[in-house]
Design a protein around this ligand. Structure first.
Ligand SMILES: Nc1nc2c(ncn2[C@@H]2O[C@H](COP(=O)(O)OP(=O)(O)OP(=O)(O)O)[C@@H](O)[C@H]2O)c(=O)[nH]1
Ligand SMILES: [Mg+2]
Length: 232
């Protein structure tokens, strides 16, 4: 509970057994999180068992994909404030306070991982990935006249449930390019939103999206295509 609002954290999870228990504990340790929803996306390892052992509510999403997992989590979350994050060690539980600090004044608070001072050693945010995230974010800014953005792919973000409900049914993306669609729809609804820096660390366990150049290029291309297609 934070300032009278209940808080839900959503973790999309595909084979994240190696860290998910720690992630759930880390976010619960903030003391303000009322509920953690882990969306198990057909994991073949012990992700679901580990997550529920740590105190999370586990739901199973059978449609495979990052976007499908997050959309399911957004539907399942019962909190007034919903925080999206990842259970792979890249995001830090105490950063919920950074998002919450802005939640009084903004309906959506997006994290950015491209602030050099907050990219920890070992994080998967080298020069190419950082510039790519930044450039696609600038494209979003330019074509949709959004507030300042410097990262198009940061899962960690907060949204007020009431604000989400204004566009939730219009979310369509099931794949790794889900996040820009959320920003575009939020902008079209004139949501008040802001982007703030969050810590970004090295992940535990195997990377599924941006761990190799092919994955980066595939996700980047899909994002750019979505941004252009929705605009013109
Ligand atoms: N790629 C992918 N990720 C999924 C899926 N379902 C759930 N996820 C989760 O979505 C999050 C993002 O995937 P990651 O592999 O961490 O990709 P990333 O964050 O771009 O890059 P790294 O953290 O550096 O590996 C993780 O928490 C995954 O477990 C899916 O079908 N595909
Ligand atoms: Mg990750």
């Amino acid at each position: 509970m934070y300032h009278g609002f209940t808080v839900t954290v959503v973790f999309p999870a595909y084979n994240e057994a190696s860290y998910i228990r720690k992630a759930v504990e880390d976010f619960l340790a903030s003391g303000v999180v009322d509920e953690i929803v882990v969306v198990d996306n057909n994991s073949q390892d012990a992700t679901a068992q580990e997550a529920s052992r740590a105190g999370a509510r586990v739901v199973t999403e059978t449609r495979q994909g990052y976007g499908y997992a997050l959309r399911r989590g957004l539907r399942e979350a019962t909190g007034d404030l919903i925080i999206l994050a990842e259970p792979d060690g890249t995001f830090v539980g105490k950063d919920v306070f950074k998002l919450l600090a802005y939640a009084d004044d903004f309906e959506m608070v997006c994290g950015t991982r491209t602030t050099p001072e907050l990219i920890w050693e070992g994080a998967n945010m080298g020069w190419f990935l950082r510039q790519g995230n930044w450039i696609v974010a600038k494209l979003l800014m330019l074509l949709y006249n959004t507030p300042s953005l410097s990262d198009c792919g940061c899962t960690m973000r907060l949204i007020h449930r009431k604000a989400l409900e204004r566009f939730q049914t219009q979310l369509t993306v099931g794949g790794s390019h889900f996040l820009p669609e959320m920003v575009i729809l939020a902008r079209k609804q004139n949501l008040r939103f802001i982007e703030i820096p969050v810590s970004y660390r090295g992940r535990v366990g195997e990377s599924k999206i941006t761990g190799n150049l092919k994955g980066v290029l595939r996700t980047g291309t899909r994002m750019i295509w979505l941004i252009l297609r929705r605009r013109f």
